[in-house]
Design a protein around this ligand. Sequence first.
Ligand SMILES: [Zn+2]
Ligand SMILES: [Zn+2]
Length: 301
Amino acid sequence: MQLGRWSDWLSWLLWPALYGLGLFGSYLALGSSRPLLAFNGVYLGLFVVIALLERLMPFEPQWLQDDGDTAANLAHTVFTKGLVQIGAALAASLGMGTALVVQPAVAPASGLWPAAWPLFAQVVLGLVIAELGLYLAHRIAHEWPLFWRFHALHHSVRRLWVVNTGRFHIVDTCFKAVLGQIPLYFLGAPLAVFLWISAVTAVTGLLTHCNIVLRTGPLDWVFSTPGLHRWHHSKRIEEGNRNYGENLVLWDLLFGTYYNPSRRPPADIGIHGRIAVGFFAQLAQPFRRNGVRDIMGQDTQ
Ligand SMILES: [Zn+2]
Ligand SMILES: [Zn+2]
């Protein structure tokens, strides 16, 4: 796409603006009397804005074409988010936050968490710690065939756009959530930190999959940006098994899996295996012998 001067500036401004908008909305939502409902509203609003921008200034025009998977992608999103939120709401209705239910059982008065720090600093610390678990879970999902059979669903997309953000098998999501959150439970992080990490992860996820012309420059050294994540969806294993960070690239940098060449990432993305068509078939496929053979294909990315 030929960008004019105005669009050029916009492409630099958009990632920080959308990220900031998402975090500001989260701040308002988490401080409201109905935080879960309000946050879903913020998420949906950001989703719509990104979907509109994808039409106006797409990074890959060919990714705008329908692949027939939109309904399944939305079903995975709603199913996974619904289960997580119902669980959280049930815990809250018992008078306890999710973290408060599990935390005392595994970390009796650990006293390690710096609860006196300003909330912002606690959230940054929580993110850095959670990211290590998320990084490990994601890397395992790529490198261990048993876990790849669940994660392959996410990588089977042939186009990147905002609707693919929530295309994860429920088992994949739960595995990632457990590894990402367990260290924080042990350290005794408060519920507010868990909520903020969930909000930041949701906002970052919408942006990493978007099909918008965005320039992020030096931000690529801190955040998991769309440019970095497009390499992660490459069909080539030496490019796809890189950039595992969910929100931050810190652990990719430390463990040597950071990948950000200056050339343009491939438009032809996906996996070599075959993923079933439709929500229920996709949920069942990793558990079926024949289905698993299809997923593994010739290249267990
Ligand atoms: Zn992946
Ligand atoms: Zn992805």
